[in-house]
Structures are given as structure tokens and as C-alpha cells.
Design a protein around this ligand. Structure first.
Ligand SMILES: [Zn+2]
Length: 228
């Protein structure tokens, strides 16, 4: 639009843009048709699109959103072009899944990988750092599973889809509390093991007399070791 053509407070332009008012009716029909096409495409993409998404599926979802907006809203754009782009995206996603099925390396690069966050009650600090996972996120996940300390964890994995996968220890040991630090009433209900202390950085538990830093990570911040 040229500067001289611009009329401020032109309510027709504000509501309908540069298209005639009757385009609203056409936009309704366009939206219905594109929505139907999008539903079919998502159905063909598979069940997983409606659940937790891998990074590959998330990328496809965002592209689908961008593709459908133009044919629904722009009067000069045809529907066929939008549907063609949707089919291209579907083929691309199917091709990526097929390559991922054929090649483990390709799958790892495009879908992400399963990572181990807690091993035998110890936080895997390097993995957490690489994946931007905070302690509070891990503790929150453990609390939701009814756990009170890291000592009850055998393994905690983070799947490529973003879901946590917890394996409880069959033989829980004293560990770092995962309760919110601000809730002193809740913390007092825990059974503290007096002769042990737990590293707040990595969860390693050692004897109270072993001073001079955590034997696992070297940090010197301590919390109470609690037993189940
Ligand atoms: Zn430590």
C-alpha cells in the first residue's frame, strides 16, 4: 500500500483488509476446506502428532501452521497451492521417518536421543548441562512419582519425546531430599540420617566427617541425607 493511499481509521480496511467484505464468506469456506485437509494430513502423520512430539514432528507441526494460514486468509492465494504444500510436508515427514527407521545415526540426529539424568541416586551433571535440564525440573518429576529423595532412584531417563522415564531402586539408600527447600514443614517429616550428608550439587552422600568437598564433584554445598 502506498503512503498516499493510507486512510487512518478506515474500518473497512481494519476489519476486512483490502479485500471486499464478501471475502469473509469465502474465507469461511477456505478455512473449512484447509481445516479438513489439515485434519487428514495430521491423521496420516500418525497418532504421535496428538501426543508428545519429537523435534522432527514439532518442526512439521510449526510448518503446517505456517502453510495453512496463507490460503485461509490471503484472497490472492489459491487453495491448491496450500494443499500441495501440505502434501509435500507429509511426504517429507514420512521420508524422514523412513530414513530414521533405516539409520540409527539419522534417527539420533533428527529425532533426538534418550539421555540418562540420574544414575544410582547421582545427578549426571554433564548430561543435565548439555540438555538444559535443571535440578528443580528433575526433583519436580521425582516428587510427582511420590519419591522423597534421590536415594530412591535407580535410573531416570529423558526420552527423545520429552517424557521422563523413572526406574525406582529396589534397595533405596539415604539420598538428597527432593522436597521443595522452602517448605520446612514438609522437610521435617523426612527421616534424616545424622551421620551422613548429601551434596546439593550432585546428590552424592558421604560421611559427615569426610570434610573438604564432595568426593564425587568437588563442590562444598551440603544438604541433609534422608532415608525412606
Ligand atoms: Zn557432589
Amino acid at each position: 500500500m502506498k503512503k498516499e493511499d493510507f486512510i487512518p481509521w478506515d474500518f473497512h480496511r481494519i476489519f476486512f483488509g483490502e479485500a471486499p467484505a464478501v471475502f469473509v464468506l469465502e474465507a469461511f469456506i477456505r478455512t473449512f476446506l484447509i481445516y479438513t485437509a489439515l485434519l487428514l494430513i495430521i491423521k496420516w502423520l500418525g497418532k504421535r502428532m496428538s501426543g508428545q512430539l519429537t523435534i522432527n514432528e514439532m518442526a512439521v507441526m510449526l510448518v503446517l501452521g505456517a502453510i495453512v494460514s496463507v490460503p485461509m486468509q490471503v484472497p490472492g492465494s489459491g487453495l491448491a497451492q496450500g494443499v500441495l504444500l501440505l502434501i509435500c510436508t507429509l511426504s517429507f515427514q514420512r521420508g524422514m521417518s523412513w530414513l530414521g527407521y533405516k539409520s540409527k545415526i539419522f534417527e539420533r540426529v533428527t529425532m533426538g536421543d534418550t539421555v540418562l539424568l540420574v544414575r544410582d541416586g547421582l545427578l549426571e551433571l554433564k548430561v543435565m548441562d548439555e540438555n538444559n535440564i535443571t535440578r528443580q525440573l528433575i526433583f519436580s518429576e521425582l516428587r510427582q512419582n511420590g519419591l522423597s529423595s534421590l536415594g530412591e532412584v535407580d535410573r531416570l531417563y529423558l526420552e527423545a519425546s520429552g517424557i521422563f522415564c523413572l526406574y525406582r531402586s529396589e534397595d533405596p539408600v539415604p539420598g538428597l531430599s527432593v522436597y521443595p527447600p522452602d517448605d520446612s514443614d514438609l522437610s521435617e517429616t523426612q527421616k534424616q540420617v545424622d551421620h551422613l550428608i548429601a551434596c546439593k550439587n550432585c546428590g552424592h552422600v558421604q560421611h559427615r566427617t569426610e570434610i573438604g568437598g564432595c568426593l564425587n564433584c568437588g563442590e562444598n554445598k551440603w544438604g541433609k541425607a534422608v532415608a525412606k
